[in-house]
Design a protein around this ligand. Structure first.
Ligand SMILES: Cc1cc2nc3c(=O)[nH]c(=O)nc-3n(C[C@H](O)[C@H](O)[C@H](O)COP(=O)(O)OP(=O)(O)OC[C@H]3O[C@@H](n4cnc5c(N)ncnc54)[C@H](O)[C@@H]3O)c2cc1C
Length: 415
């Protein structure tokens, strides 16, 4: 019997399978790896309704250019001649304006709030899942006048859009982080944000789906498609042909290449980032972002994860130790007493964030197809938005009205 085929077993593919299997749909997930090489396991695990500004925003171009000259900076585009990069950069440049930001805000806010409510429901339905889910908010820490201005202005904007934001002074920070010194001028706390352990979420979800009958075809790379009119009939893989009734394209940073094979344009670049775990000593309690260095700090009791850097890398997965060094040096720059230890190369996790050029995900029907849906391009917010994306795709698959308006996520906007 033909089933619905999901290309990509990252968190977006898994949450899509979750909602489809709940609706009684037979699902198969096909992935080119053994599922240990995607972006969904070692990230910072933050659920961020506060992140209402897309990556493509005014000011990002100037910041990006100034950061390009430092090997340890948080954002980097390796200058190279690459037509895909040129096309993507041009679209990024065109989107980095105030009008786009204003249009994007309600969509990003609504999808993240929907996702957060789905995470809360998920935690209640699956109390056995040890997700290390913590609703302690997210603290945006700053040391400089420039970042203070940026973050406090953003706090006012977030409040204007109905989100809670508290501006903290160093004494407030000491109360939140009592065990060690945090060198900061101040911070903004977004109490509505949360964080979890993405590796624990991923393992739990995979086991749960297997138990529910979702099939996983791993180490199976999709190479092409068999089509007829507006339908894909089968996917062609290095392990043979697989027939499909409907298809979901959730291929992360590789989704653009797959879309090209389907005959439409889905501009996408991998935004490479790294993370590593440390013993949490002395214990840092609060999930934070060290804003000058864009380093994410995700504490899980005895352990803590530090992650960051965004290197527009296409699909190149090589580890650049200078960038990891940049993350590492940030730790003691903000927490001088923290007992940090540079990780061995085998302890460094890397992931490619699937970045669309306008900073908005692609969610909906593929242009020109009646049985192909796309869920991709979530950039630095894939964990945050995955449950909502899965729910929305399942609704479209079942020909139901979607829970929220998804016009700005249109898949064919650059086709
Ligand atoms: C350092 C870092 C920190 C981050 N922190 C956060 C955070 O705090 N909060 C947050 O919300 N997000 C965060 N992110 C972003 C988040 O991790 C991603 O947005 C998310 O994991 C993307 O999920 P995905 O399912 O779209 O892609 P992926 O997880 O990359 O999955 C895509 C899958 O598709 C498969 N695939 C591709 N092509 C093919 C093919 N041809 N055939 C078969 N299979 C194929 C791949 O093998 C892969 O398994 C972070 C990312 C990084 C790098």
């Amino acid at each position: 019997m033909k089933s619905t085929l999901i290309i990509g077993g990252g968190i977006v593919g898994l949450f899509s399978a979750y909602f489809l299997s709940k609706a009684g749909v037979e699902v198969t997930i096909v992935d080119r790896t053994d599922l240990r090489d995607n972006c969904s396991t070692g990230n910072a695990g933050m659920i961020v309704p506060s992140h209402i500004i897309p990556l493509a925003a005014p000011g990002m171009i100037a910041k990006g250019i100034s950061w390009m000259f430092s090997s340890k900076s948080p954002f980097y585009i390796h200058p190279r001649f690459d037509y895909k990069l040129l096309q993507w950069s041009l679209l990024f440049y065109k989107s980095a304006n105030q009008k786009h930001v204003e249009k994007a805000i309600p969509y990003l806010k609504n999808i993240s709030l929907l996702s957060k409510s789905l995470y809360l429901a998920f935690r209640e339905t699956h109390p056995e899942a040890a997700l290390a889910f913590q609703e302690k908010g997210l603290m945006m820490v700053y040391q400089t006048d420039a970042m203070e201005k940026e973050e406090t202005e953003f706090a006012h904007l977030a409040r204007k859009h109905g989100l809670e934001a508290e501006i903290l002074n160093p004494e407030d920070i000491r109360n939140i982080e009592p065990n060690l010194d945090l060198k900061a001028k101040g911070a903004v706390l977004f109490p509505g944000d949360a964080h979890l352990d993405p590796g624990a979420l991923y393992s739990y979800l995979k086991k749960y789906l297997e138990a529910k009958g979702v099939k996983f075809l791993t180490e199976t790379q999709v190479l092409g498609f068999e089509k007829s009119g507006q339908k894909v009939l089968a996917v062609l893989t290095d392990q043979g042909k697989i027939e499909a009734e409907k298809l979901l394209l959730c291929g992360g940073s590789w989704s653009g290449e797959l879309a090209k094979k389907l005959g439409f344009s889905l501009p996408m670049m991998g935004g490479k980032g790294y993370s590593f775990l440390q013993e949490n000593q002395p214990e840092i309690k609060q999930a934070s972002i060290l804003t000058e260095m864009k380093v994410a700090v995700s504490p899980y009791g005895k352990h803590i994860r530090f992650g960051g850097t965004m290197e527009i890398a296409g699909t190149n997965q090589k580890i650049d130790l200078k960038r990891v060094q940049g993350i590492f040096e940030s730790i003691n720059r903000y927490y001088p007493d923290f007992q940090s230890k540079f990780p061995k190369e085998s302890e460094i996790w890397k992931g490619l964030r699937p970045c669309s050029p306008d900073g908005m995900p692609y969610i909906g029907y593929a242009p020109g197809y009646s049985n192909v849906l796309v869920g991709s391009g979530h950039s630095m917010m894939g964990i945050s938005m995955a449950p909502a994306t899965g729910k929305l795709l399942a609704e479209l698959h079942q020909q139901k009205d979607t829970t929220m308006n998804i016009n700005e996520f249109e898949v064919g906007r650059f086709a």
